[in-house]
Design a protein around this ligand. Structure first.
Ligand code: SF4
Length: 324
């Protein structure tokens, strides 16, 4: 059962001349209960904008113009800001790239975690303090009672991100939205934070929407993946299937560009060219100027997303011809 369903989502901004600029074009996916859906793509593909739309935090001048976002049987598009604020931190918790930005620099982390629990359950100050220590212990912070009294700047980057995850858990969310949660951390810490998210998901049955540019992150942490390119989802399905048998040339190119995902024996191949500017999209398939399989049809006819296997969707005229 999906906890989050995004359907045909269109997000637009206004250009200086007043004409609409489409940033997301018909984005759709489900996040199943107790599962992680990864959204992956190059920068500018629309993955962070998708997360921002789910949270109702689109920047001024940018809005959802059609489509829907359904969370726990509730339509989010059109909710008032006060209703959205209630959802954020309770139903939906956030873990962002920079833990410092999520933490109050002048308040001990234990208090910050406890305040979320107090808002949710009306706990006493002492009970919230004990819960904060328990949560810090649960997310693997050593000396949790001591660290609860520390200010954010006194913790390492990895411990700060663990504290942010503890804050997320304090709201007992059904969905954790994690946007590049390991990108700013040392490589040695990244794997441990991903393992922590996976453990929490398994223990609490919480769903995770994981945004990352890194396919290796997806291969470790996401059961399902949606691949985005130039504001569209071009392929989705079970992560293992998508990475081992891509059905879209862009996914295949992404896989070939990453050493740890690609076969160790074959050479790594960067994707030629750059993603298009949204204000100057190519005709037909948006990927055609970079696609090794492009034919004349691709230059004139935009491919629609279609089923290409059990639980697999790809938007490509030649999906059946993409080599593993
Ligand atoms: Fe390549 Fe054509 Fe498929 Fe686009 S539709 S990804 S250009 S083969």
């Amino acid at each position: 059962t999906p906890v989050l369903t995004v359907r045909d989502l269109v997000v637009e901004a206004r250009r200086p001349d007043g004409a609409p600029l489409r940033i997301l074009d018909g984005v759709g996916f489900d996040v199943a209960a107790g599962q992680t859906l990864g959204v992956v793509g190059e920068s500018g593909s629309g993955k962070t904008m998708t997360a921002t739309a789910v949270l109702g935090l689109l920047p001024p001048g940018v809005s959802v113009t059609s489509g829907g976002i359904r969370f726990a049987d509730r339509e989010l598009v059109g909710l008032r800001e006060s209703q959205r604020r209630e959802l954020r931190g309770k139903g939906i918790a956030m873990v962002f790239q920079d833990p410092l930005a999520a933490l109050n620099p002048v308040q001990p982390v234990g208090q910050q975690i406890g305040e979320i629990a107090r808002r949710r359950d009306g706990l006493s100050r002492a009970a919230a303090g004990r819960l904060a220590v328990d949560l810090l212990e649960r997310v693997g912070v050593p000396d949790p009672a001591g660290r609860a009294r520390a200010y954010p700047h006194q913790l390492s980057g990895g411990l700060r991100q663990r504290a942010v995850i503890a804050m997320a858990l304090a709201g007992q969310p059904r969905l954790i939205l994690a946007d590049e949660p390991t990108t700013a951390l040392d490589v040695s810490v990244q794997g441990r934070i991903l393992a922590l998210l996976t453990k929490i998901q398994a223990e609490d049955g919480v769903s995770v929407l994981l945004i990352s540019h890194d396919l290796r992150v997806m291969s470790h942490a996401a059961q399902q993946v949606a691949v985005m390119y130039a504001g569209k989802v071009v392929e989705r399905g079970a992560t293992r299937e998508v990475l081992h048998r891509p059905r879209h040339p862009y996914t295949a190119a992404l896989v070939r560009s990453v050493p740890a995902v690609h076969s160790r024996s074959a050479p790594v191949a960067p994707i030629p060219g750059n993603p298009p500017r949204l204000a100057a999209l190519p005709t037909g398939c948006r990927f055609h100027p970079r696609c090794p399989l492009a034919v004349e049809r691709c230059r004139v006819e935009e491919p629609v997303a279609r089923e290409v296997g059990p639980g697999r969707v790809a938007a490509c005229h030649r999906a059946e011809e993409v080599l593993p």
